[in-house]
Design a protein around this ligand. Sequence first.
Ligand code: GL9
Length: 825
Amino acid sequence: MTKAKETEMAIGKITPKQFKESIIKHLNSTFGTDINKASKKAWWNATSAALNEFVYDRLSQTQKTHFEKDTRAVHYFSLEFLMGRLTGNNLHNLGLFETAKKALTELDIDINTLVDEEEDMALGNGGLGRLAACFIDSLATMELPAIGYGIHYEHGLFRQEFKDGHQIERPDSWREYGNPFEIRRPESIQDIPVYGYVETKFNDAGKVVKEWHPGRIIKGVPWDVPVVGYSGKTVNVLRLWESRATNFFNWDVFNSGGYHDAHKENVESETISKVLYPNDETDAGKELRLIQQYFFCACSLKDIIRRYKRAHADDWSNFSAQVAVQLNDTHPAIAIPELMRILVDRADMDWDQAWKICRETFSYTNHTLLPEALEKWSVRLFEKVLPRHLEIIYEINRRFLESEVDAKWPGDNAIKSKLSIIEEGHERMVRMGNLSVIGSNKVNGVAEVHSALVKSDLFPEFNALWTDKFTNVTNGVTPRRWLKACNPALSKLIDKTVGDQWPTNQEILRDLDKKADDAKFQKAYMDIKHENKVALTKVIKELTDVDVDPSAIFDIQIKRLHEYKRQHLNLLHIMALYRRLLQNPTMDMVPRVFIFGAKAAPGYKLAKDIIYAINKVADKVNNDERIGGKLKVVFLPNYRVSLAEKMIPAADVSEQISTAGKEASGTGNMKLALNGAITIGTLDGANIEIAEEVGEENVVIFGLTVDEVKALKKQGYNPWDYYYGNEEIKAVLDWFDTDYFTPGKPGELSSIKNSFLDGGDPYLCLADFESYSEGQKEIEAKYKDKKGWARSAILNTAYMGKFNSDRSIQDYVDRIWKLKSCTVK
Ligand code: GL9
């Protein structure tokens, strides 16, 4: 952006000199230090404070305008918000980045080092949580009234270390020394009941009413994180709830000498927001998790209703016109019976009217088809924690089965038992997926193929019942963080070439296609890629002590470690390449660095074994002089948003190799392609749409399709056929049983071989191996054609407009929320 443009954008206009003075002022009067003795943290804190002066001003303007205009708003309910760092992002969005950079340079401080002082706000596991973060960025940028609601975890996702190649989990303490981007709002505290029993009684009018006598009250304390839209006009909030005990001590117990007992309840109440569950795509099934879900939904609904009543008093008739609630997966589905409880038990509303409001208010996004991720809670647990909600769920279910299902399929008990919210069996369970569909206005999947499978395979009967309920919104990522901020050199080249308006209108990047064959532009583009690779080389050296050559192909797989994502297919291919090199050391091969980043859920044994295996193979390969440095493997520890921001701009190849039908969408695939990496991928999730947009000649597709996967499974898949049928597969798998990679300890990697053979290879790695290996040859051939590669990389950047999260949000607005933007003065 030009300097003039940037100052014009900056709210209130400020010069580098003024910004510098503001930093010094905060250093002195807010942090009690001075320019001579300030620590790096103090500099970062003071810079953030200087920046926040702009943020808070816009935040209160936004809230005032939304209140005065009584706007309809969307409330994004999510157990996860993977925000990453905020300093750089907020500076960019306010148009103050260059100003701050100059101010800091004058103070002899490098802004890039400074922003590295910030701990990531890692309140999420992966794609689902990062999507929520991109969405609230887009909502603010598009000036849409919106609030994100979630939990103020004291500890975010664990920090990953490697010890002799094994993953070790350490606690993440992102706010141990305070965080400048959150404000506590004690004036909006909520009390939340849990446990206890339900009393059935008659009210004065002789009507049967239910009274819940809770066993405990938990206090919810809100923390607001400002969400700065690009250009800084709208600043929305992300409101996160911290749990606290209601009274600091139970004095009765305390006085009778039970200090520890008195303290116990406090500790238990405060445990609720202590830690994020580190599971991705699996249901933890634990009591504490259910309480977390209820706690934040109940706090948020009370907060919404308090705000609604300020403008509408006790008139509920406009509620669903003013309030849209989006359920980010089934995790917040308990909000549905909670709103019913408030309306029926508290507001004394008649059931049908309450149910109508509920159904108009909620919508639900499904993020995965994996059966282990479809949440179910035992009826026993529900009854203990939320006895009144269980009764309400029974009533929702009874009415649904007796009227809606029976009307469509009279007397069909098989269908009833499939659609019931309650699963009958040895242990009766509450199905949160069914509750979400039944209680929602719209249900969406996150990519075309996924949404089609939601209808055909996951919820076919619900789709037959309510065809209009199901829709698609393909995911997207914010180009502000994932191009402008993380890849400044490329952004500047783009500004020079097509102008600086693309961060709010990504379709403008399409114009880059005119330059795709221009030798000068190709060189500029590829020089930047090279510089980004040089920068990553340093990070790799720091983190792993491995030297890699920036002129090699940087082949990157970054995502949670999961069998369906098939990091172990990547590993098989690496081992095959290594073996080919050992058999033929002069083999013509473009040097390649395989780079991984991934956390495994702490209880997911095979995922951890795969990390260990990759690290062990890396050790061996990286130190084997026979292969002349043609192959390197590195696994960067503690993959997180801020590390992704350093890896993505340096990628040549993007690995998107899930078994077709398993990856609902993916979003890393979008970030990598936007930054000019060529995808090697299956026809799964958003890969399909990426290939359509950027053109099949600019990606490498391999492997079985969704239909072929189904057919193969139906016919009976036998991995042994591939083992005996392909000499290379057999040799590589047998390698795992030796001590070649784990000297003196044969068998340490055998669990991986076993998962492919005795374990049945559920994700069809062996079936796809040959095709993957061919795909990798195609990547290499493409890379050798320097001009062709540059052209493809440029066209990837140019044609990714669809995968902008602003487009996703516009689709939500049009198809689901029916929301209007609101200009803030
Ligand atoms: C996920 C899907 O697996 C991804 O394919 C999808 O892109 C994202 C966002 O829609 O949602 N569902 C899910 O449970 N996770 C996803 O990434 N898991 C995590 O967030 C760890």
